[in-house]
Design a protein around this ligand. Structure first.
Ligand code: CA
Length: 543
């Protein structure tokens, strides 16, 4: 019945939108406000309740402060859930929330608690309950590669070594935590001295982040219990930090560890969603998918040197634009060959890299286009907080994690910058307060792009191929297929308007459009008129 209902809705929406596009050519442009456009798009359908979601990465510290101490917190995040729901967000990735001496909290001192600066366990439970009401999944950062040097496991091991009589050999029977880390008398890679002893420990990232030993069965049991604890609290899954550093430089061992994490998590919760940070190129990501891990962030498409940025920077260049759809097809095939159950995890920016606004030369049309390219990729797409405002942010790490720009006065929930954060000299696109009122803002464009993704599950679930017959000039064309459904997405990655000849596509209908510059995208007979950076989505007429 649900399927039948969906088909009817699609038919109605297609009829309506097609009718709009033929009788009122500007209906996809400025004539309608954002809410009307979003409502129209929503009539196309809705997302199923599974792990293909539209995620939003939150650095709690910088997101929203509820109590005036200048540090973002969980109650602040809860107060913004309506905002996120309105944006179309269906999943949150929280950067670490556990007690930690660092502002970013990637050195975890207690895996079973909430950092007091962020709130209490009760606050977290409220967050989960409020997210459930809004059909938003929550995943949390799981930092398994290292603990904090202030973690009790490490402190106990260090204390044991410091109290070891001269000449005595350490005994794991006396202190099991010795086996959780890499202690050695040799100063190997990443070695840090254990104070007051002749011993070293491995801490590749930092002396506050001792690397753990995944050969320890007792450690695995600790990690299993930690996963079980948070799954019990209602999280949908975990983001796995630094997965290519479990055994730095040894992909085969890292793949083994990822496989075991996947097995461990899904034994507790069969649909547990895991997404790993493997900061690698396309070939290596394909290899890592052999671990069976559900998702790996698609660094081949995100970041400053990823495919999306490369294509955006070459907008208007047919030779480069043409490679976008073929790259999507190639990646999908390669990842699928490694893991038939993989879910891609595209992103543009995250807390470790500069923001897309900079990569796109702060051109709002390019920022919109890049945003749509990310959001219309298959899998679970990830949006870094503030990306929907085209917020700039680059330089040192804290500067990539600047406060969310809620309003021009930078008050009322806006946090203090994290330590050593250099705020951008200007925010050329303005705060949310400004952008909400502007139908042509990056924010209102994101709302439409996300609504489109959420309305047509074939966009997030589909296998992607290059639609060669339409992949012409600066119009990038991809086809997605999923079960009985299909769609074709045409993107004019081009500062000039362009056309596409749809005469061979008589059995397809123009179902939805995304206009970046406000100019209409219309179907004139069999000619599709795409405005600069315009996007059109075709559906089979019978779908
Ligand atoms: Ca606070």
């Amino acid at each position: 019945m649900k399927c039948m209902h969906r088909i009817l809705c699609l038919l109605l929406a297609c009829l309506m939108l097609t009718a709009c596009n033929t009788t009122a050519p500007d209906s996809s442009g400025a004539a309608l406000d954002t809410q009307q456009k979003v409502d129209q798009i929503k009539q196309l359908g809705e997302s199923p309740d599974d792990n293909y979601r539209t995620y939003y990465e939150v650095f709690v510290y910088s997101f929203c402060d509820s109590d005036g101490d200048g540090i973002g917190d969980i109650p602040g995040l809860v107060s913004k859930l309506d905002y996120l729901q309105n944006l179309g967000i269906r999943g949150l990735w929280l950067m670490p929330i556990h007690p930690s001496s660092s502002y970013h909290k990637y050195n975890v001192e207690d895996y079973y608690a909430i950092d007091p600066a962020y709130g209490t366990m009760e606050d977290f439970e409220t967050l989960i309950a409020e997210c459930e009401k809004r059909d938003i999944h929550v995943i949390i950062d799981l930092v398994l590669n290292h603990t904090a040097s202030e973690h009790p496991w490490f402190k106990e091991a260090v204390s044991y070594l410091q109290n070891l009589p001269a000449g005595a050999e350490p005994n794991v029977e006396e202190c099991k935590y010795l086996d959780y880390y890499f202690f050695s008398r040799e100063a190997g890679a990443g070695a840090r001295p254990v104070e007051g002893t002749e011993w070293f420990y491995e801490g590749m990232f930092d002396f506050t982040m001792p690397d753990v030993n995944f050969a320890s069965e007792e450690l695995w049991e600790e990690y299993r219990q930690i996963m079980e604890f948070w799954i019990g609290k209602g999280v949908a899954g975990f983001r796995l930090d630094a997965a290519k550093e479990f055994y730095s430089g040894n992909a085969a061992k890292n793949i083994e560890v990822l496989n075991r994490i996947q097995q461990t998590a899904t034994a507790i919760k069969p649909d547990c969603y895991l997404v790993a940070e493997v900061w690698e190129n396309f070939g290596q990501i394909s290899e890592y998918y052999k671990s069976g891990i559900t998702s790996i962030f698609n660094f081949a498409f995100g970041n400053v040197d990823g495919k999306i940025t490369n294509v955006i920077r070459a907008a208007g260049n047919p030779g480069t634009v043409a490679t976008y759809a073929t790259a999507l097809e190639k990646a999908d095939k390669a990842y699928l060959a490694s893991n038939p159950d993989y879910i891609d995890a595209p992103f543009l920016s995250n807390h470790d890299v500069g923001r897309i606004a900079g990569f796109a030369n702060r051109d709002p049309l390019k920022i919109k286009m890049a945003g749509a390219m990310n959001v219309l990729m298959s899998g679970s797409c990830f949006i870094y907080y503030g990306e929907e405002l085209g917020m700039p942010g680059s330089g040192n790490d804290p500067s990539k994690r600047a406060p969310m720009l809620w309003n021009e006065a930078r008050d009322n929930g806006t946090t203090n910058p994290p330590p050593e954060c250099e705020l951008p000299a200007e925010y050329p696109l303005g705060s949310l307060e400004i952008q909400e009122k502007d139908d042509l803002s990056v924010y209102n464009y994101y709302r439409q792009a996300i609504a489109l993704r959420n309305a047509l599950p074939v966009i997030s679930h589909g296998r992607t191929t290059c639609e060669t017959a339409l992949n012409i000039g600066c119009v990038s064309a991809q086809r997605k297929t999923w079960n009985e459904e299909a769609c074709i997405i045409l993107m004019n990655i081009n500062p000039e308007a362009a056309t596409a000849d749809l005469s061979a596509y008589a059995d397809w209908t123009l179902a939805a459009t995304l206009s970046a510059d406000g100019n209409p995208i219309t179907l004139d007979g069999t000619t599709l008129n795409l405005s600069a950076y315009g996007i059109a989505v075709l559906l089979p007429a019978a779908q």
